[in-house]
Design a protein around this ligand. Structure first.
Ligand code: FAD
Length: 811
């Protein structure tokens, strides 16, 4: 056994083996894998082996496409069969809503380059005669679906890695991990200790236990999962004989089942509502290749519907039932990447679809380790997307919710109820009493919109405009015509201080740092010049900066800040989390409102656009930024949480005769659309450059050095490949949601990042990326955007539809 290695991968399931293979492929061959028992002896061995490209996040869908394409390469390199059956798969819709969802998935597949087609029920039946047509309204065929042999595939990864120089130690359990003074890890195993520069937690069912070895409680939980295998079925054999190929896979959303052919019978699995976690606190180290007790009662409701939808199944005998555990994160996507605060410790956990995602996870992680960056957008599976609020019980509730909804539609305006409210501010009950409909923003209850008296504060979920539409409109008009107040405690807030703070921030950010009392807006780039952040920075004192950013990316950003923090103690970093509460007032009367709450001079000349001040507001010590995301005159007022109620009451009282209204996040997002402002995670992601995103004026190439500068210079010179643009859309009763294809001249040339209704300008608006060469095509209706399967005319906007000169923000 080696005593030193560059990387120790813990876990020989399909994920660990894929990581090992991809590390060798990326050029690191001094790597090894440590497996407690035999390869596949966690959840991998009893998997049903199905694979597909469908995922709610297009970037994860792309990685699933990569994984599925990889198997031929693995077989070619190793000669080891993966037992591939590329049979294609049908997604069966039983309701018009599900069909709309499939139309969206089909449209998205188009720009991802995936091969799908929409079918009528009779076309679906021609491909899969087992279905009872009358229960379905349509279907989507995904040509990439199929299944494989989990054992063979895992061994193929392992063999390919070994052929490239990696070592694998079986029957060796990692019992503890300790950090050495030089930053490396001592990996203590039952066979001896290995010193590793990097450790990868690919512990699958034991990922929590491996996390706990370094003081980490990962948001991951195993669920019991059942599938049954039927006896030989004459209908299956007749189909094979007549067509000369296997049955396609199928997902029946209504019955919550998936099925595929296995030998001459069928494998049928369920994601049942009455789901059950397995070993919710600790996974026993001696759990091995045993299966769990099947519970047909639990899946009976699904089987009952399934037997109606596939009548031949009702007569088939059951040969065997498999009940095995596998792991999930709260949102069902993997937990991948470096862990904040633990340099050299990496995660490749919670991979619930190892045979669709394992290859992509291995690729992303290996590139991240070798090049310092995953090379593409992995946000949806980044371990940093969860904060400390994702506790063990939170995870338990959310994973159960996610499992039981695996085949349910998540509507764009649907807030899921499990584990809520998890975090609340001091204003929670006050805002609820004012009619707030709350949403979950990184674990925090945040007002989405306000129901006026007599209106039920509840969303009617839909892909179309819904019951909130007139109320959000009233909020937008209230802001634009007078003044509104909203809670913004969910923004990320940081303090960066110390003698090295300015130089540090200047190197991280593309913009020049502000003078004391001033604010700048600035993107942050990675070395490849791609966007990894977007911040508002105020200088409170020569050596003290306050910074605001995206709530969801707080841990992601802290990880980056810490990576670049000087070791000499010259820069201190602090993330406020909910230690700073905020309210924003916005609209033409907001100055008048602020003036009533303070004795400071807040006139247009004394307190200018992009000024930052510490002042008393409504008796509270506050930090005030003259900036708002509404694109209107406005202020963000920040106070310690214990002052939040006092501040709110002050604003409400002083605003009574100024037509002050409440507004929520939905109005805020609509107002920002009217100004073409981008949002993090939608328009701003690590697949776009700053110039492509139209952030030119926030990138100061006059600065001699900042991370990503060379790439930014090159992007500016070349003009970049893409351009962020905005559209007015000829929409009917549904606005864009994001991820819709953009058509031009009969071809799909780009994709939508976000959109909605611009209530004040009274137009349906969208933002997206198109090839730079098309960004000047301002002809009326030159583009089309596919909304729910319907190609709607769209015209590119030359300038923001509201206040293009920015007069209101500066008034
Ligand atoms: C019934 C069932 C059906 C499924 N069907 C499908 C399907 O059709 N398609 C699909 O894609 N997925 C399916 N899955 C899910 C799939 O099995 C998982 O996505 C996959 O196995 C995850 O692999 P892993 O490598 O992350 O974890 P695991 O397979 O659990 O591997 C982790 C490995 O780490 C080892 N280990 C842990 N801790 C240590 C330690 N301290 N020291 C040394 N070794 C350690 C374990 O022994 C284990 O071998 C199914 C799962 C089940 C249970």
């Amino acid at each position: 056994m080696k005593t030193h290695t560059r990387v120790a991968v813990i876990g020989g399931g399909v994920v660990g083996c894929s990581v090992l293979y991809h590390l060798t492929k990326a050029g690191w061959t001094d790597v090894l894998l440590i497996e407690r028992d035999q390869l596949t002896s966690g959840s991998t061995w009893h998997a049903a082996g199905g694979f597909h490209t469908l995922n709610g996040d297009p970037n994860v869908a792309k990685l699933q496409g990569y994984t599925i394409g990889l198997y031929d390469e693995l077989e070619r390199i190793t000669g080891q069969s993966c037992g591939l059956h590329r049979s294609g798969g049908l997604l069966l819709a039983d309701t018009p809503e599900r069909m709309e969802w499939l139309k969206m998935a089909h449209a998205r597949a188009r720009y991802l380059g995936l091969e799908t087609s929409l079918l009528s029920p009779s076309e679906a039946k021609r491909l899969l005669p087992l279905i009872e047509e009358k229960y379905f309204v349509g279907a989507m065929l995904d040509a990439a679906d199929g299944n494989l042999d989990p054992y063979g595939t895992t061994h193929a990864y392992a063999k390919a890695a070994r052929m490239a120089g990696a070592e694998i130690y079986l029957k060796t359990r990692v019992s503890s991990l300790s950090r050495c003074p030089n930053g490396t890890w001592d990996v203590v195993t039952t066979q001896g200790t290995i010193n590793a520069e990097h450790v990868v937690n690919a512990g699958g069912l034991w990922a929590r236990e491996v996390g706990r070895m370094v003081g980490l409680e990962l948001p991951v939980l195993a669920m019991e999962h059942m599938y049954l295998v039927t006896d030989d079925m004459p209908e299956v054999m007749a189909f094979n004989k007549e067509r000369g190929h296997e049955l396609p896979h199928a997902i029946d959303f209504k019955a919550e089942i998936y099925m595929r052919q296995e030998r001459n019978g069928i494998v049928l699995g369920t994601y049942e509502r009455a789901c059950v976690p397995w070993s919710p606190k600790t996974t026993p180290w001696d759990f091995g290749t045993e299966l769990l007790e099947p519970d047909l009662e639990r899946i009976a409701p699904s089987l009952e519907i399934g037997y109606q939808h596939f009548p031949a199944m009702a007569h088939a005998g059951i040969r065997r039932i498999v009940n095995g555990p596998f792991t999930f994160s709260p949102d069902g996507n993997p937990l991948v990447g470096p862990v904040q605060g633990l340099p050299g410790f990496w995660c490749a956990c919670a991979v619930m679809a190892g045979f669709s995602q394992g290859g992509g996870v291995g690729l992303a992680l290996s590139q991240w380790m070798v090049n310092g960056d995953p090379g593409f957008d992995v946000w949806a599976m980044d371990v940093a997307r969860y904060g400390p609020w994702a506790t063990r019980s939170y995870t338990n509730e959310k994973v159960r919710e996610n499992y039981s909804r695996r085949f349910s539609i998540r509507f764009p305006n649907e807030e899921l109820p499990a584990a809520r409210p998890q975090q609340t501010t001091a204003l929670y009950d006050v805002l609820l009493a004012a009619g707030a409909v709350m949403g979950d923003s990184w674990g925090l209850e945040t007002p989405l919109w306000f129901a006026p008296p007599g209106v039920e504060p509840r969303d009617v979920v839909s892909f179309h405009r819904s019951n909130d539409f007139p109320h959000v409109k009233a909020e937008c008009l209230g802001v634009r015509n007078a003044v509104g107040v909203t809670e913004i405690a969910n923004f990320a807030k940081y303090e960066i201080s110390g003698p090295g703070a300015e130089a540090y921030l200047s190197r991280l950010m593309t913009n020049r740092m502000p003078k004391v009392g001033r604010i700048v807006l600035t993107p942050m780039l990675n070395p490849a010049g791609k966007l990894i952040g977007d911040f508002t920075i105020a200088r409170a004192a020569p050596e003290r900066f306050l910074m605001w950013g995206s709530s969801q990316a707080q841990i992601y950003h802290m990880r980056w800040f810490e990576l670049h923090q000087p070791a000499d103690g010259s820069v201190r970093l602090h993330r406020f989390d909910l230690g700073l509460g905020g309210l924003s007032i916005a609209g033409p009367r907001s100055r008048e409102l602020l003036a009533r709450l303070t004795d400071e001079d807040v006139s247009a000349t004394a307190f200018r656009f992009l000024d930052h001040r510490a002042m008393e507001v409504a008796n509270c010590p506050a930090l005030v930024n003259r900036v708002t995301y509404t694109g209107d005159l406005g202020y963000e007022i920040w106070v310690a949480p214990e002052y939040q109620r006092r501040l709110y009451e002050g604003i409400r009282t002083a605003g009574q005769d100024l037509e002050l209204i409440h507004f929520g996040m939905r109005a805020l997002l609509s107002l920002r659309l009217e100004k073409n402002f981008p949002t993090w995670y939608r328009e701003l992601r690590p697949i776009y450059g700053a110039f492509e995103a139209g952030l030119d004026r926030f990138v100061d190439l006059g600065k001699p050095d900042f991370i990503g500068r060379d790439a930014a210079v090159a992007e500016k010179a070349s003009g970049g490949k893409l351009r962020r643009v905005s559209f007015a859309v000829d929409a009917l009763d549904a606005d864009v949601l994001g991820d819709e294809p953009i058509w031009h001249g009969g071809n799909v040339i780009g994709w939508i990042t976000s959109g909605g209704y611009g209530h004040y300008v009274d137009r349906s608006l969208a933002q997206g990326y198109v090839p730079a060469a098309l960004a000047g095509d301002l002809r009326e209706g030159a583009f089309e955007i596919e909304i729910l399967g319907d190609r709607r005319k769209a015209s590119m906007l030359r300038e923001p539809p509201f206040d293009p000169e920015g007069v209101r923000m500066r008034m």
